[in-house]
Design a protein around this ligand. Structure first.
Ligand code: PMP
Length: 430
């Protein structure tokens, strides 16, 4: 599935203008909105318009209740107990893993490792797979679109090993330069780490093509799915990728839990990362025998409630239908892109061929932080800054942008509120 961006048709809608084209009737965002208690509040006396979903999404009642219910009814430590509560907690944790595996098309739930989030997943791969595979003079390939969490762990690894971090450039529009990718894939390339969707520009990378090119050279691929999982989903088995990482909190689940999926043969061959309880079969002072997958990579008490909350979030998203959510978000993005393009003094940052979830912009020469602050006074929550993508900002010659990012509960009225807020910014700084 892909989400088209600027080319998608969408009526221009400005406040007071003709009503916006409504999202496909299959998806009722206003109805879904009621599932999110936090969205009922007012901020600065205005209804909350939450457009910071790329940073974190809000949580539906179903997720909040699943977490509360776990603590009220089942809470115990997993794996170690023989008592009923521990058995229940263990079963629910195992079920959550299976739920995640189904969601991302992982052939085997043991390939699903629970971690804190995307950041931890990437670090795990860098410190295990990376450390054993990358040596002096080798190369690790990342792209200019990456979030810091898919740059810095590789930079640290390269520094430790005397290896070289190489970077696939982006075009001015914010698309990866695939010819440059081809040229950079060389005999010393040990891994390509690439995002599914850019959190700063919304670019949807053509993963099938990228992965095919890497695979043709025998280069393993790690996909950062932090922004892709909530908007596009992922099919691990079909993708050809070797690793996939995503965060629960950007998928309407809790913070503190995320997922690393890896191909079984890699995970089996990789040394453990952190040592401690649960990741062992037996320990003596002379020798430790490590546990089987997935436990080998899950030292210590896991975020049990987090995993259960994530499974509930996946159930919620699947219940609405990821396809229907994506179609709705595509409509909203088209509206937002058209509205912002038509708005005097507004400049879109990045016009990628395909876009999901995110639109970055500037308002005249007003500092994005001021844009964000004025929008906040109008009840509109956006992000302003470098979006943890400083190399990309440098490439684009910017220090920061304002970013509106959409989720399933956003509506055309939210786009109107954004436009009204931007007009207030212009008036204030005129
Ligand atoms: N990659 C991308 C593309 C992201 O957008 C983010 C979060 N902004 C991350 C990685 C890091 O995710 P987390 O902070 O949940 O580990």
């Amino acid at each position: 599935m892909s989400v088209s961006g600027t080319s998608a048709a969408g009526e221009k809608r400005l406040s007071g203008a003709a009503p916006a084209r409504r999202p496909a009737p299959a998806f009722d965002a206003a109805r879904a909105r009621e599932d999110f208690p936090i969205l009922r509040q007012r901020v600065h006396g205005r209804p909350l318009v939450y457009l910071d979903n790329a940073a974190t999404t809000q949580k539906p009642r179903a997720v909040i209740d699943a977490i509360s219910r776990y603590y009220e009814e089942d809470n115990a430590n997993v794996h170690r107990g023989v008592h009923l509560l521990s058995e229940r907690a263990t079963r629910r944790h195992d079920e959550a893993r299976k739920r995640v595996a189904r969601f991302i098309g992982a052939p085997d739930p043991r390939e699903v490792i629970f971690v804190r989030g995307t950041t931890e997943a990437v670090n795990l791969v860098a410190q295990t797979f990376g450390r054993t595979r990358v040596g002096a003079g080798d190369e690790v390939l990342v792209t200019e679109l990456e979030h810091h969490s898919n740059i810095v762990p590789w930079q640290m690894l390269c520094h430790e090993k005397g290896a070289r971090l190489r970077v696939v450039p982006v075009t001015d529009a914010g698309d990866l330069d695939l010819d440059a990718l081809e040229a950079l894939l060389g005999p010393r390339t040990r891994l390509l780490a690439v995002t599914q969707v850019s959190n700063a520009l919304g670019t949807v990378n053509p993963l099938p093509e990228i992965i095919a090119r890497a695979k043709a050279r025998g280069v393993p691929v790690l996909v950062d799915g932090a922004q892709g999982a909530p908007h596009l989903g992922f099919d691990a088995a079909a993708s050809g990728a070797d690793f996939y990482a995503f965060s629960g909190h950007k998928l309407y689940g809790p913070t503190g839990v995320g997922v690393l999926w890896g191909r079984r043969e890699h995970l089996e061959a990789m040394p453990p990362w952190q040592g401690g309880g649960d990741m062992i079969l037996s320990v003596t002072f002379e020798k430790t025998i490590y546990n089987a997958l997935p436990h080998k990579f899950e030292a210590g008490t896991p975020d049990i409630a987090g995993a259960i909350g994530l499974a509930a979030a996946i159930d919620y998203v699947d219940g609405l239908g990821l396809e229907a959510i994506a179609a709705h978000e595509r409509e909203l993005l088209a509206l937002a892109v058209d509205a912002l393009e038509a708005e005097e003094g507004v400049r879109l940052v990045g016009t990628p061929r395909e876009r999901a979830g995110v639109v970055s912009f500037l308002v005249g020469d007003v500092h994005p932080h001021d844009v964000g602050t004025v929008l906040d006074r109008h009840g509109v929550a956006v992000r302003a800054g470098h979006h943890c993508a400083q190399p990309l900002m440098q490439r684009l010659g910017l220090a920061a942008t304002a970013r509106a990012s959409f989720g399933l509960y956003n509506t055309p009225e939210d786009v109107d509120a954004l436009v009204r807020g931007i007009r207030a910014v212009r008036e204030m700084f005129a």
